[in-house]
Design a protein around this ligand. Sequence first.
Ligand code: MN
Length: 253
Amino acid sequence: MSKHSFTRRDFLATAGKAGMVAGLSGNALAALAGNKLHSDHRISLPDPIPYKQDPLPYAYGALEPSIDALTMEIHYTKHAATYAKNLAEAVEAEHVDTGKTTLEELLGSVSKYSAKMRNNAGGHYNHSLFWQLMGSPGKMTMPSPALDAAIQKDFGSMDNLKTKFNDAGKTRFGSGWAWVILTPDKKLAVVSTPNQDNTLMDISEAKGQPLFGLDVWEHAYYLKYQNKRPDYITAWWNVLNWDFVNKRYAQLI
Ligand code: MN
């Protein structure tokens, strides 16, 4: 692997365990990674989400039985691919220099752009994160001690967090997302957003860094669960990849 193809993500993947042993925070690791384009403003952000669609990090059937393979295939190759394609068109038409403006920065000033930009920058970001934060049932770990302490402090218990999150997903009218976010004052909070909005957007009522989120659009569950969105939400907890969430929390806090 050449020096130039060694990305920040590669660095974090290989250095993460060593860094944790050495007591380095995610932010320190990000600084060490030294991505020239983004090092100035990415220090306090988690792993960057690229403008293009990354490969799905597991097989379509990996999340069975919670999420069926056909739903995953259509969701990834049709719905999410379309957000990425439309985002590419919008950044071209609206002259966004994607080498200089990160996707997170674009979301932070999305009110300056078109509805097409808002819907597709949000859609692409949300799905890119969504694929990463799921994994095969049975391989999931638990919240890290640091995240568990924050959950106890901000929600009282994991059960309370789950109840709030499930309610946010169930009561989101129409299409949208339920989120656990880290607010600007570093507290965990449960919120929901409509359509493909998220809490990085300047137009969002709730502001903060998404820690993890759940797609409650019908396209995410209808083939298997039909009108039973609450059953989908309950089953989804079985495929939440706490290893990923723990890493992301360490980078954000
Ligand atoms: Mn979706």
